[in-house]
Design a binder for this molecule. Structure first.
Ligand code: NAD
Length: 351
């Protein structure tokens, strides 16, 4: 398939680009290279003739129309977004522009492209929208999110993703565009921008800094290794049913405090602190994120049953591999954290 992939210079997008190329697809990445778009995440793919890159803003209808006309995609994988909850607290406007308006621009162009197709190409066309479990709000101690969970977004980020999900569904129902939505839990793995929890903790630990955990550390997330997620998304593009939503999770619930302690254990083995103390001694509890959702967890039964997908990377193994990747790839992350940039707290209460 000829696949237009938005947000391919990001964390999940670069993993999905690799997965799709390895399955023999042709991939054109469309990315604005915002602060979170890292060209170095794609450099090693440049020699692959099935890969190409175009620099553009998904919210620019003229640029997007030209890209669709030139590439003539047989499927769209839409991952480009503003993604950091803390940034959405400090400045929500760009989240609405990119996540909501940008999605509408892509849907319009995908619809025009799909309508011009006939026969098998029209049957096979898919618009895959990559969304989050955060659109469902917050869970208590029991239960898990699934495809039928009601929408209840709490942060500006989650609200912008929920809005984009509704637009995608509307283009499916109203115009017949063959859309698929994926709502997945927190991803972790190589090439995640340093501002997110796991890389922040690894890189702060390497600098001998404190490891700040929000609130009492009991907020729970269900962690999914990024390459498992990429396989799920590729399966959806190849075999997912139009109009379907798939919830994707790693069956690896951890509280934030458990997660940071596990990271410290790996770091104590792989890169012991210079003073001989455990990294965990630098954990400090700090004021909570405003509106911090308590718990997310996913029931991935449908994608297991429909597509035969299952997470393959066990959490401890994935976490260890992630730490090693950051230890081995300082060239990738060091330009992103020059000074405090990339590791400083954002979205503070009253900021
Ligand atoms: P990321 O922040 O690492 O990457 C986002 C990419 O989008 C960057 O390359 C950036 O340059 C690009 N981008 C931003 N605005 C753009 C614009 N206007 N035009 C074109 N490109 C633009 O994000 P990620 O963590 O890889 O997430 C990818 C998708 O998966 C997002 O839609 C996100 O909502 C969703 N998601 C992420 C997670 C997670 O844990 N990371 C979980 C669930 C869902």
């Amino acid at each position: 398939m000829r696949i237009l992939l938005t947000g391919g210079a990001g964390f999940i997008g670069s993993a999905l680009t690799r997965e799709l190329l390895s399955r023999g697809h042709e991939v054109r990445v469309l990315d604005l290279l915002t602060y979170a778009g890292i060209a170095a995440s794609l450099t090693e793919l440049e020699s692959d003739s099935a890969y190409s890159f175009v620099h553009a803003d998904i919210a620019d209808p003229v640029a997007v129309a030209a890209i669709f006309a030139d590439f003539q995609p047989e499927a769209v994988a839409h991952l480009a977004a503003e993604t950091h909850v803390d940034r959405s607290i400090d400045g929500p406007a760009v989240f609405v522009r990119t996540n909501v308006l940008g999605t509408q621009v892509l849907l319009d162009e995908a619809l025009a492209t799909w309508r011009a197709l006939s026969g098998e190409a029209r049957e096979a066309f898919r618009f895959l929208h990559v969304s989050t479990d955060e659109v469902f709000g917050s869970l208590g101690d029991e239960g898990r999110f699934s495809e039928t969970s009601p929408y209840d977004p709490r942060s500006p980020y989650a609200a912008s993703k929920a809005a984009s999900d509704h637009l995608v569904r509307a283009w499916g129902h109203t115009f017949g565009l063959p859309v698929i939505i994926s709502n997945c839990s927190n991803n972790y793995g190589p090439r995640q921008f340093p501002e997110k929890l796991i890389p922040t903790m690894i890189l702060r630990a390497l600098r001998g800094e404190t490891l700040p955990v929000y609130g009492d550390g009991s907020n729970v997330r269900d962690w999914l290794f990024v390459e498992d997620h990429a396989r799920a998304l590729a399966d959806m593009l190849e075999r997912g049913a139009p109009g379907r939503t798939y919830a994707v999770g790693g069956d690896a619930e951890r509280s934030n405090l458990q997660l940071v302690r596990a990271l410290c254990d790996v770091l104590d083995r792989e890169r012991p602190a210079a003073d001989g103390r455990s990294h965990a001694e630098r954990i400090v509890m700090v004021e909570d994120r405003p509106g911090h959702d308590r718990r997310y967890a996913i029931d991935a039964g449908r994608i297991r049953q429909d597509l035969g997908w299952a997470a393959q990377v066990e959490f401890d193994e994935g976490l260890e591999g992630t730490v090693r990747w950051y230890l081995d790839n300082e060239n990738w992350w060091s330009p992103l954290v020059a000074g405090q940039q990339g590791l400083a707290r954002l979205g503070s209460p009253g900021a």
